[in-house]
Each structure stands twice: as C-alpha cells, then as structure tokens.
Design a protein around this ligand. Sequence first.
Ligand code: SF4
Ligand code: SF4
Length: 95
Amino acid sequence: MDQEDKCLRCGQCCFMPDLENFVPTTTPCPYLRFDNQGKTFCSIYEHRLGTHLAPGIVCGMRYQDPLDYENCPYNTGTICYRVNRETVELLPPEK
Ligand code: SF4
Ligand code: SF4
C-alpha cells in the first residue's frame, strides 16, 4: 500500500495526542515498539486500525491525522512537530 511504502518508521505519528490542547505528547502508543536502529514498528500492525488506545483515542490511517511530523512523507503542509520520548517541538513552517 502506498502509505506503507513511503513510511520512514520514525514513529512520530504514533505518539499519543493531548486531546485537550490538540498537540502530540512524549508518550508513545502502548503498541509502539522501538528497535535498536532508531526505527519503530507497531506490535499489532494487522489489527491496528480501529483499536482503542486510550479514552477517546482510536488508531487510524496516517491521512486522518491532521498534523505534520518532521520529515514525514505524508505531510500536508500544516502545523509540523518533532516528536520523541523526550520532547515535542513545534517546528517553523517550511519555506
Ligand atoms: S510520521 Fe510519517 S514517516 Fe513517521 S511513522 Fe508516521 S507515517 Fe511513518
Ligand atoms: S496501534 Fe496505531 S498508533 Fe499504536 S503503534 Fe500501532 S499504528 Fe501506531
């Protein structure tokens, strides 16, 4: 599938959102796994879509997430974040 072809497996879109403030957090999805190369994978990949992750949060397709993430091939030119387990940074708009 196209979406999977381009994914860099950075995992940034798999961090839990703060639904009140509409921003990503430093807390990864409970199903996100990190390998020793700095890449990530989903431990329930085949069954991820529609899986309940936390109150009010369900796993969906990348295009359903309106945020951008640093270097993600699926960015749409909106608000862009750098997300990892230490920090969430709002990046300046791309020129
Ligand atoms: S932010 Fe983009 S590149 Fe990173 S895991 Fe998500 S879809 Fe893949
Ligand atoms: S369940 Fe969804 S949000 Fe969680 S790691 Fe898998 S793909 Fe990412």
